[in-house]
Each structure stands twice: as C-alpha cells, then as structure tokens.
Design a protein around this ligand. Structure first.
Ligand SMILES: CC(C)(COP(=O)(O)OP(=O)(O)OC[C@H]1O[C@@H](n2cnc3c(N)ncnc32)[C@H](O)[C@@H]1OP(=O)(O)O)[C@@H](O)C(=O)NCCC(=O)NCCS
Length: 203
C-alpha cells in the first residue's frame, strides 16, 4: 500500500474506525471469494507467477516465490486480526485459484483500497469489471468504508477503463513503492460512499 494514500483524508470518529476494524476481523467471505489460508500458497503462487497477472501489481511480493507468497498470506491473516487487511481467493470448480482480492483498509480515514487479479483465461469477458463492482459495494456496505482509493500503472488500460467506467474520479499521479523498495508511477482514483450510492444504488 502506498504511504501517501488515500489522497482525501477525513478523520473517522473513533467509534467508526473501531467498527471498521471489527468488520474486517469478522470477514470470511467477499462474494464468491473466501479468505486465503496458509495451504493456498502453492495455488496462489501458480496464479500470481504468470507475468500477465504479476507485472501490473505493485503490492505483490518481490521476488515472487512459493515462500514469499506463503508469507504474503500470513501477513494478511495478521492484518485481519488488526482490522486493516484481508486477502481473498476465488476457486474454480476444480479447486484451482482463478482470482484473488487484496483489501487494504485505513480505519482512521474510513477508507480502503482493493487490489487483485483474475486468471488470464478469464480476462476481457467482463468478469473483472463485474467482480470489482461487487467488491467495491461490499467494501462500502459490509466494511462501512466512506472512501475507496485506487491506483493503476500508467499502461494498465484494463484497470483504468474499469475504474473510469465504475465512476471513480481521477486525481492525478503518485509514486507507488513495491515491497522490494523499487518504485512505479501510478494513476490515482477515489470515490466516496455517497458518489457510489448516487451512481449504483438506484440501479
Ligand atoms: C484488471 C482485470 C481484473 C480486469 O479484468 P477483465 O475481466 O479482464 O476486465 P473486463 O473484461 O471487465 O474489462 C474492463 C474494461 O477494460 C477493458 N479491457 C480489458 N482488457 C483490456 C486490454 N487488455 N486492453 C485494453 N482494454 C482492456 C474492457 O474493454 C473494459 O472496458 P470498457 O468497459 O470500457 O469496455 C484483469 O485484466 C487482470 O486480472 N489483470 C492483471 C492484474 C491487474 O492489472 N490487476 C489490477 C491492478 S491491482
């Protein structure tokens, strides 16, 4: 997660921040996705190791190995206990991991960020846009967030179109720092709960 996000910082009341932490601690499922478990390390590594999945995502472990993916899962389980992060996986019928979602939360800003990917065999069929829409709705409704802040690399056209299409506002550029300390320029979007409700809840 980039240190300078979210760009909009409205302090959440103490009770509100605590309610968000409690919702994160209690989460086990987001739509069709379940919490990642330590025994998912090999299957998640198989998904993430594809450059089409790995290259555009700044928050994944570098180097990417089965061991660093196992540590990534453990780290998210610890974040869940603290109420600030969740890692979900979506399994296919054969048990293969076909997608993952990484939810990062700033309870004191009432804000969060969603990262993730789908297996390349599922790209460009509308599944990413639909799934992201359901996940954002879950983050507002179930976690109680007031703001979602998103980033994408300058050449990640699929994510840019997805966020523009869902109504997120472009707010400029930041420098994202990867776990190995290298950096990447990122475009930034934000959307408030009220903006989301006005655009999506009536439909
Ligand atoms: C980002 C991702 C989840 C999108 O999922 P998807 O199912 O392929 O996307 P959709 O089919 O719902 O398409 C979303 C939009 O992107 C466009 N799009 C999808 N792939 C594209 C591509 N390769 N080039 C250009 N546009 C593309 C679609 O046309 C659609 O735009 P529109 O609604 O304006 O027509 C998926 O591409 C992915 O997993 N990528 C690798 C990891 C990643 O980039 N994660 C996001 C950063 S955290």
């Amino acid at each position: 997660m980039a240190g300078d996000l979210p760009l909009t910082r409205n302090p959440a009341a103490t009770e509100k921040a605590e309610a968000i932490r409690a919702a994160v601690r209690g989460a086990t499922q987001m739509g069709e996705s379940r919490l990642a478990r330590p025994e998912d390390a090999a299957g998640l590594y198989a998904l993430l190791a594809d450059p089409k999945v790995f290259a555009p995502i700044y928050s994944l472990p570098r180097p990417l190995t089965r061991e660093t993916v196992a540590a990534f899962i453990d780290h998210h389980l610890a974040e869940r206990e603290t109420g600030i992060g969740l890692l979900f996986v979506r399994e296919g019928e054969d048990g293969r991991i076909l997608g993952y979602s990484d939810v990062q939360v700033w309870p004191h800003w009432g804000a969060g960020e969603l990262g993730g990917a789908l297996h390349p065999s599922l790209h460009r069929q509308g599944a990413g846009g639909r799934g992201a829409g359901l996940s954002f709705a879950w983050m507002y409704d179930t976690l109680g967030l007031d703001l979602i802040c998103e980033t994408a690399s300058l050449d990640n056209v699929a994510t840019q179109r997805m966020l523009d299409g869902l109504g997120f506002r472009r707010l400029g550029e930041v420098t994202s720092v990867r776990p190995d300390g290298t950096t990447r320029a990122s475009l930034v979007w934000e959307m408030t709960r009220a903006e989301w409700a006005a655009r999506h809840d009536a439909s």
